[in-house]
Ligand binder design. Structure first.
Ligand SMILES: [Zn+2]
Length: 167
């Protein structure tokens, strides 16, 4: 990467480093703040587990509420892309043309879904791309979860699994 002659690639590399550096700083800052709020139990702040427990009790929040919260977050993280994909599929978005392109590959242009009437007056759904192909079906490109999404999902699944005993 460093000896690359392509300036845009070099710039991408720099941007990647800056982003990573920025993230490290943010994570460190959050850790410091949490530390001084007593989150790790080593400092007597408002987030000290003991004080936090008392504050939550005072507000009528019990362990079951927290268990439900974690399970809700897990459900949301697990299903957000399924819900998003179902909605986009219904709206006819994220679809591309499956027709064969002149170079032997797939056309892959964006398509528009239309209802067309044939000679017998029957309605058919057709997908029309900007290159003029008309297809009976289209390729759907679902949004997939990234590795971070899976990690968060797994972590929340474990936390939820442990919290089940609180209900
Ligand atoms: Zn096409």
């Amino acid at each position: 990467m460093a000896d690359s002659m392509n300036p845009s690639e070099n710039w991408d590399d720099i941007r990647y480093r800056i982003t990573r550096f920025g993230l490290t700083i943010v994570v460190m800052a959050v850790c410091f703040i949490l530390y001084y709020l007593g989150f790790f139990g080593t400092y007597d702040g408002p987030l000290n587990p003991g004080n936090l427990g008392q504050a939550l009790d005072a507000r009528g929040v019990d362990k079951a509420h927290i268990a439900w919260l974690f399970m809700g977050m897990f459900g949301l993280l697990l299903t957000w892309n399924w819900i998003y994909n179902a909605a986009t599929l219904l709206k006819g978005k994220r679809l591309t043309c499956p027709a064969q392109a002149p170079d032997g590959g797939c056309c892959g242009a964006g398509v528009e879904r239309r209802k067309l009437d044939d000679a017998q007056g029957n309605r058919h759904t057709r997908f029309i791309c900007e290159n003029g192909h008309v297809s009976a079906s289209a390729r759907f490109h679902p949004v997939k979860k990234g590795p971070w999404s899976y990690c968060m999902c797994l972590a929340l699944a474990l936390i939820s699994g442990m919290c089940v005993y609180w209900i």
